[in-house]
Structure formats: structure tokens, C-alpha cells
Write a protein that binds this ligand. Sequence first.
Ligand code: NAD
Ligand code: TYD
Length: 350
Amino acid sequence: MAERRGLDGSRVLVTGGAGFIGSNFVHHFLGRFPASHVVVLDALTYAGRRENLDGIPARSLTFIHGDIRDPAAVAQAMAGCDIALNFAAESHVDRSIETPGEFIQTDVFGVFVLCEEARRVGLRRFIQVSTDEVYGEVLEGHSTEDWPLNPRSPYAASKAGGDRLAYAYWATYGLPVVVTRCSNNYGPRQYPEKLVPLFVTNAIDDEPLPVYGTGQNRRDWLHVEDHCAALVALLEHPGIEGETFNIGAQHELDVLAITGTILKLLGKPASLVRHVEDRPGHDRRYAVDSSKLARLTGWKPAIAFEDGIRRTVEWFRQNEAWWRPIKAGEFRAYYERMYGQRKVLKEAGA
Ligand code: NAD
Ligand code: TYD
């Protein structure tokens, strides 16, 4: 059983801490445990932004620009830490369809490098941040943690590899691993390739909103702050090594419903909606049952979707200085590759 030492005053490694969820976690965690110290190891890929950590006091943060696939960088970052959370990943399904090799490298091999070093230094907890996408599409009901894994995109398959590899390090070597499988997050600092920030920023600029296929694909939407709170609850809980926890909001919406909400909040017309050729292998629905987490820790989502999405839209409205340079950089070429040649199925109102 994990020794209960409390989190304040701990030294925590956050890999991928310059990305969307990782950086929100660093802000959340240090807000609650200001006497702790966070070490961020991040390769600053297209998705990693150093400025996502602006505002964190220098005394609370060590930032290391390095790769989780590099044992020397991992050893440097993990030295002296008692806890680690791995957020580092290639995380976008559409990019995994384009370049699957990078996903296998980071999301599987990178987890191996982290687990090896964690075993050597003797961490008291290692959280592998996995995803509900490892279950594949769940057409009916809600997947519990013992549901079969049936990943259907290179992203989901590589996450499933990292998820089970971390578990194997618990089963084989006793590494104190906890695996989490969260549903779709939304919130501030999300890279604008993902549905919510892409549609919000496109709509602000009166650009079309490219809905894949029918727009009836369903996801369970959780505000990133609620995800962070769930992770803290799991960090604090003793005796759960080797276990897996779903994290979800029980707030299912399809793409058209999200699109409508964004347009309404921004006061933009439905004519911006454009149905385009579908994503290959597009999972129709994800839905997790997170009652195991709720039973054990009492966690439940605190942010209602209507409130969370309103605050998120407002964040993007107020922080153009964050996303405009992103959309002007590497993103432009990506957008052209991904959407430029895509067949238009239906213009709104057609
Ligand atoms: P993101 O793409 O915004 O950020 C990923 C971060 O990892 C970036 O800062 C990037 O620079 C870094 N990174 C990538 N490869 C690296 C490497 N080889 N070494 C070191 N750093 C590297 O992703 P996100 O949306 O913040 O997701 C974070 C984690 O949560 C991922 O593991 C993802 O699979 C998981 N997850 C995401 C969601 C979601 O809705 N976004 C839901 C469930 C689980
Ligand atoms: P996304 O944010 O890529 O997350 P996921 O990993 O769940 O696929 O996409 C969320 C949903 O939105 C998914 O059903 C695909 C859809 N989508 C579009 O319709 N158009 C888009 O341009 C994007 C990026 C996503």
C-alpha cells in the first residue's frame, strides 16, 4: 500500500506538462498544493507551448525541454521526484491517420522509457494518463474498466499499448502504477486542431466549421478542471496500485449539438457549418462508466457543461494572443493537408 505522505511538499514529474491537459494540471495542482514542486519534461512538439506555464512561480517549477523517449532526459527529470504523471503523447486522431509511426514511438516506447526509470528510482505513484478511446466505439451502454479493449485508430491503439505496458510494470515489477481513461476534455489552452477550439476559433473568424460526415458522432465532454481534480483524488488515494479508473462527465453530446452551442455563444450563423468527408474509421460513440472512481474517492464533475463551454468560449475570445500565432504557424500547413482537399458533402441549409 502506498505510504500516505500527503501531496503538499511533494516533488512531482509532469511529462507533457506544456500541452493542454498537462499544463492545466500543473496550474491546478500548484494552486492546491503550493508547497510542492513540479518538474515538467516536455519535448515542445507542435502541441507543446512553453507559455502554457506562464504565471507559475519560478520557485515551484523546473522546466526541462526533453523527450520521454530519451532515457537521459527522463533520468534527469525524474531525479528526486516521488510521483509522476505521464501526459506526454501524440494526441490527435487525425494526425495518427497521417503519421502513425510517431504515435507508436511516443505513446508506447516513451511509456516504456518512463516505466524503466520509475522502477529504478522507486516512485511512490506513477499515473499513466490513458483515454476512453482504448475501448473503441461503445454503441450501447457505458464501458466499465473491465470492458474489452478494441482501439480502432492508430492513436487509440498506441494509447492502449502504453496503458497496458504501464499495467504490466505493476504486475511484473510492482511499479505503483495507476491508469486513468478519461473522456473528451475541453477548456482553456487546448490546441486548435481539436473540435472545440477549432470550431470556436474558426467561428470567431467567420470561417467554415468542418463537421465530419453526419455530425452524429457522440462523445462524453468533461471540463479539463474536473479531469485534474480526478487525478488529484487518485494521487491522494492509498492502495490502488495496478488499478484502472475511468473518468467521465456523463454528458454525451454529438458534434452537431456542440457546434450549435458554440455558434449560439458567439452569435454566429448556422451557415458556417459545412459537412465534409468523414474521418476514416470514425468512432461513433465513446461513453465511460466512472462509478468506480466516484465510489472510491467521492469525485464527481463540478462544472456543468453549459457553464464550462461558456467559460471556454470566453477564454478563446479573451486570448487571441495565444491562438492566433498558433493558427498562423505549422497549423496552416496542417489545416491545408487535412481539410484543403476534403470533399464537401453538404453546406449548411443545402
Ligand atoms: P496535447 O497534444 O495538447 O499535449 C501533449 C504534450 O505532450 C505536448 O506538450 C507535447 O509537446 C508533449 N509531447 C509529445 N510528445 C512528447 C515526447 N516524445 N516527449 C515529451 N513530450 C512530448 O495533448 P492533451 O490533449 O493535453 O492530452 C494529454 C494526455 O491526455 C495524452 O496522453 C492524451 O492521450 C490524454 N487524453 C486526452 C484527452 C483529450 O480530450 N484531450 C482525453 C483523454 C486522455
Ligand atoms: P476530436 O476533438 O478530434 O476528438 P476525438 O479524439 O474524440 O476524435 O473530435 C471530436 C469529435 O468531433 C469527433 O467525433 C470528430 C469530430 N470532428 C469534426 O467533426 N470535425 C473536425 O474538424 C474535428 C477536428 C473533429
